[in-house]
Write a protein that binds this ligand. Structure first.
Ligand code: THU
Length: 135
């Protein structure tokens, strides 16, 4: 189900995507997070000449959320090139899961196509998380 704020999240993800530093893949990605404080936090991918240390857009947005004082993810909206949904990589699924309940929706959108909505539980079934460590 599309969320009433999705047009706003899409616009925020697209605005930050334009600032992505992706000269190696030429695959610019933007993420907008709706957080528990009602605010929207954004991040883009940041690549590096030492390829493996590049950052995805999702952890950039998570860092912005924490820096802004929010604690939990209520919705994620990621945009990228093309028409196939730009779904989070395995590591980013775990990073999102750290700060989101299982029913939180992650929208993946290749902006020339249709958005795909999946829950955290769908993206990362039977996942390990903070509660296993008593948190
Ligand atoms: N990328 C993201 O930032 N988020 C995703 O959800 C998929 C992939 C980035 C990582 C890399 O900079 C580029 O896209 C190509 O993989």
């Amino acid at each position: 189900m599309p969320h009433p704020l999705d047009p706003e999240l899409l616009a925020a993800a697209e605005a930050v995507r334009a600032k992505a530093y992706a000269p190696y893949s030429n695959f610019q990605v933007g993420t907008a997070i709706l957080a528990d404080d009602g605010k929207v936090y954004v991040g883009c991918n940041v690549e590096n000449a030492a390829y493996p240390i590049g950052n995805c857009a999702e952890p950039s947005a998570i860092a912005a959320m924490l820096a802004g004082g929010a604690k939990r993810i209520r919705r994620v909206y990621t945009t990228g090139p093309g028409s196939s949904p730009v779904t989070p990589c395995g590591g980013c699924r775990q990073r999102i899961r750290e700060f989101a309940d299982p029913d939180v929706v992650v929208v993946s959108h290749g902006v020339e196509g249709m958005p795909l909505e999946q829950t955290v539980a769908q993206l990362l079934p039977h996942s390990f998380g903070p509660e296993f460590l008593g948190r």
